[in-house]
Design a binder for this molecule. Structure first.
Ligand SMILES: *Cc1c(COP(=O)(O)O)cnc(C)c1O
Length: 375
């Protein structure tokens, strides 16, 4: 990223001089890297400020472009607020919303989805990997269902499939062709890239997706997202994706091993429940609920020793128990007493041992009411 703050400072939109060309070349190369990572084409990639903006552009952009064909949207109760809130906003404008539930594993039912599709459904938005539990939804099956339902329609209006893949890119293989995905939101900062940059994949050829821009102005990004691009951040995002994908098979296995190690060591403690499917989840995620303790007290006890969270960073400011865990059938008490372990590239076996010891000691002390161990 560094040279693009100083040596190559041109505006990639200024194509009348070499400064602009250098920046433009870097953007094109980043666009190709991202497109290749998800089996898309460079023209399909629209750079944004992150996944929040990509989700807003996808959902509101589709609603605005297709509202004459239908006003029904489908999403899932466990989605990130950056999907649920734009959908709820559209409800206030007269769109109809179906929010699918999930089972105790955190997975949607394809039968429920098929039953929810209506002649006026224009968009299905289902995330690739959940940000709290790491649960992986069956993207290829969902894409196939949307495509088949579209083809059997008398009006042939396409049911578009959007997926928020903020947590999935660089961690699991993603293929927009085989999974029949029309729109996909990405972000850099969940894979060690810079914060404040992301992208929306928008299928630009057969079947081409129409999108109403949400930012109007200079017409950058095929007119879909006006505003001068930020070369250092975009170069950083592409590098982060490239590194994550190059390492994916080995890194997934390493994370799975670390997670098993952590989970095994925590077995010494009774009253721990895994939240969500063990099998269908990101390798680096372990989400547990702890019985008989207050979630807030556990977090308070751990925070000087572990960088851990109870749920989403976007929700950690408020004390509401996770909507994701409650949608999976957890009581508000168990949902509030959740620990989300995120195991990543720089974690080691020794750190798993430390984490397990600290968690066990903290919870045992809380259960025995030994408050002198608490900060
Ligand atoms: C982090 C995250 C977002 C928001 O992404 P930003 O780039 O921070 O706007 C959206 N969806 C999911 C699933 C996320 O994990």
């Amino acid at each position: 990223m560094l040279p693009y703050f100083s040596d190559y400072f041109g505006n990639p939109g200024s194509l009348s001089h070499p400064y602009g060309w250098e920046a433009e070349a870097a953007i094109q190369s980043a666009r190709l890297t991202l497109a290749t990572a998800i089996a898309a084409e460079p023209e399909d990639i629209i750079f944004t400020s992150g996944a929040t903006e990509a989700n807003n552009l996808a959902i509101k952009g589709v609603a605005e472009a297709y509202h004459t064909q239908g006003r029904h949207l489908i999403t899932v109760a466990t989605e990130h607020s950056a999907v649920l809130d734009p959908c709820r906003y559209l409800q206030t404008l007269g769109f109809e919303l179906t929010i699918l539930g999930v089972d105790a594993e955190g997975l949607i039912s394809l039968t429920d989805l098929a039953a929810a599709l209506r002649p006026d459904t224009i968009l299905v938005s289902v995330m690739a990997a959940n940000n709290e539990t790491g649960i992986l939804q069956p993207l290829a099956e969902i894409g196939q269902l949307c495509r088949e339902a579209s083809q059997s329609r008398s009006n042939r209006h396409k049911i578009l499939f959007h997926t928020d893949a903020a947590q999935a890119i660089g961690k699991i293989p993603l293929n927009v062709q085989t999974a029949a995905i029309d729109l996909m939101s990405l972000t850099a900062h969940k894979i060690y890239g810079p914060k404040g940059v992301g992208a929306l994949y928008v299928r630009h050829r057969q079947p081409r997706v129409q999108l109403a821009p949400q930012l109007h102005g200079g017409g950058q990004e095929r007119g879909l997202r006006s505003g001068t691009l930020n070369p250092p951040l975009i170069v950083g995002m592409a590098k982060a994706v490239e590194l994550a994908i190059a390492d994916m098979p080995q890194e997934s296995q390493r994370l799975l091993n670390l997670r098993s190690q952590l989970w095994q060591q925590l077995q010494g403690l009774p009253g721990l429940f895994i939240n969500g499917s063990w099998q269908h989840r990101l390798p680096g995620n372990l989400n547990l609920s702890v019985a008989d303790v207050s979630g807030a007290a556990v977090m308070l006890g751990l925070r000087s020793q572990l960088a851990i969270s109870s749920g989403s960073a976007c929700a950690s400011g408020n004390a509401k128990p996770s909507h994701v865990l409650q949608a999976m059938g957890r009581t508000p008490e168990l949902a509030a007493a959740a620990l989300r372990f995120g195991i990543g590239r720089f974690n080691t076996e020794a750190e798993m041992n430390t984490a397990a010891q600290v968690v066990i000691a903290t919870i045992q002390a809380l259960r025995q009411g030994r408050s002198e161990l608490m900060p």
